[in-house]
Design a protein around this ligand. Structure first.
Ligand SMILES: [Zn+2]
Length: 149
């Protein structure tokens, strides 16, 4: 199931660098993009996290220019980043199963990490891991795809 652009062309999934207010460069942001009309759209769950994140860094903005690797802090961005590194073809018609397998592997790993953080009684690490688990388990690619309109 592809995602369709308003111009009726199928969109593709890409990692994009987004620059905010000419001051903050955010790399590895997953987007849907349309080759025909150059529209792009940040994936919805990622967009919510990105907006929230930008609000927090703007408050503590000392540097004139910052570069953020979004896949380091966002599990959905990290998921697509890993798929790119593994040279998985970003074909929205085929990628669903690969995404599910990856998600399961990564969730198991994060659960181990959580156990570790729990044993060390590290609350910061525990809440960070919990947040990552939520980002990943709440992400379902098919919810962001659409039938041809
Ligand atoms: Zn378009």
């Amino acid at each position: 199931m592809p995602r369709w652009c308003d111009c009726n062309q199928p969109m593709s999934l890409e990692l994009h660098t987004v620059i905010f207010a000419k001051k903050i460069e955010v790399k590895n942001v997953p987007i849907f993009s349309c080759m025909s009309c150059s529209t792009y759209e940040v994936l919805k769950p990622v967009k919510a996290h990105l907006t929230e994140y930008l609000q927090t860094i703007e408050l503590s903005l000392h540097d004139p220019y910052q570069v953020v690797i979004f896949s380091d802090i966002d599990e959905v961005a990290s998921l697509f980043c890993d798929l790119y590194k593994r040279n998985v073809e970003m074909d929205l018609e085929k990628i669903g199963d690969v995404v599910e397998v990856y998600k399961e592997e990564r969730i198991n790993l994060l659960l181990d990490v959580y156990q570790c953080a729990l044993q060390m009684n590290d609350e910061g690490w525990m809440s960070d891991t919990q947040r990552r688990l939520e980002q990943l388990s709440q992400f379902h690619l098919e919810e962001h795809l659409s039938e041809a309109g």
